[in-house]
Design a protein. Structure first.
Length: 333
């Protein structure tokens, strides 16, 4: 080896070693396709019966998520990983939504009514500054089954939203892999009852004692499909318009880490609809929401694991881990 080549070689070795030891790099390295497949293929299996809130399949899903958090090494937020709650509505022939607000519940309970028992799952990595929180979340419930459907009657919900749950679990693991304690407390949240009216995230926001100390919420709902086949790297990146740094972060990280994504940047003045981001935006918390658009299998039994774009799920998970890292550690945004 010539002297000059040797010098280049030595320098590149040093650079590689230094780079590899950076906490963020360690976290990123842990995010992979095999983990995405493990989480999604279990949650979207027919055995989970479409994970309808209040039913056996959703309870099995939440129990599985708690097991995953324990394996990763994420402690529970409260004494328990579960945040149980009840939702009520009038008996089925009368019009009326499911409600989690105590005032609405009191009125509904006066008549003949339905009751659903649901449960969110909440884990947390305590930060150095214990007064501030950020939340990374996705709903795990879906539409259940319809025995009257001819043929396939299970709504597997692989994209909606087993894909989002896989991202939250992989990000939780990536935080642990960094080996570094974040500045803020980082909550990993898995919402029940989203398909029945954002119930889990609504209940959390209504009952959270530290709601004023939540600095940001990162949401996932459907991150695994291509709306247009010719755009396999397409993802919609919604974020609260007032927080321009959210757009800047993603642009810079895509360049820096060569992430294979072509985001449609959509700053939004009040992100008050679509998914669980609405529960947080309604109380003024800045949000980021990853979503890969509707598709022909949306809310149909054909939303199956075999139709997912696995590479895209992994790239979105990496990009959003970097977002979460910034939310947890950046001074201002
Ligand atoms: Zn959804």
């Amino acid at each position: 080896m010539k002297k000059y080549n040797l010098l280049v070689f030595v320098f590149s070795c040093i650079a590689t070693t230094l780079f590899a030891q950076m906490p963020v790099e360690k976290g990123l390295k842990s995010i992979n396709r095999l983990s995405a497949e493990a989480y999604i293929q279990f949650l979207a299996d027919d055995e989970l019966q479409g994970r309808e809130a209040g039913q056996h399949g959703a309870n099995l899903a939440s129990s599985y998520i708690v097991s995953c958090l324990k394996v990763i090494g994420i402690p529970s937020l409260g004494e328990d990983y579960y945040q149980p709650f009840e939702a009520y509505r009038k008996e089925r022939q009368r019009k009326g939504r499911l409600e989690v607000n105590p005032d609405s519940i009191a009125i509904i309970k006066k008549g003949v009514h339905q009751r659903y028992d649901m449960r969110n799952v909440l884990g947390m990595i305590p930060g150095k500054n214990s007064d501030e929180y950020v939340i990374v979340g996705a709903h795990f419930d879906h539409l259940g089954m319809d025995p009257m459907l001819h043929g396939d009657h299970i709504y597997n919900g692989a994209d909606d939203n087993a894909s989002g749950v896989s991202a939250v679990l992989q990000i939780a693991k990536a935080f642990v892999e960094t080996g570094k304690q974040p500045e803020r407390n980082v909550i990993f949240a898995f919402w029940d009852g989203e398909e029945k009216g954002l119930l889990g995230s609504k209940y959390f926001v209504q009952n959270c004692s530290f709601i004023k100390d939540i600095k940001g919420y990162l949401n996932f709902d459907m991150i695994g499909r291509n709306n247009k086949q010719e755009q396999p790297k397409h993802v919609v990146y919604f974020y609260t318009e007032a927080n321009q740094s959210f757009g800047k972060w993603l642009r810079e990280d895509i360049k820096k880490y060569n992430l294979q994504l072509e985001p449609d940047y959509r700053p939004w003045d009040k992100p008050l609809s679509g998914s669980d981001n609405a529960s947080f935006a309604s109380v003024g918390i800045p949000v980021i929401w990853y979503h890969t658009d509707g598709h022909p299998d949306y809310h149909l039994p054909s939303d199956e694991s075999s139709r997912l774009n696995w590479d895209k799920i992994v790239e979105i998970t990496k990009a959003s881990f970097l977002n979460a890292w910034n939310l947890a550690n950046e001074k201002d945004y």
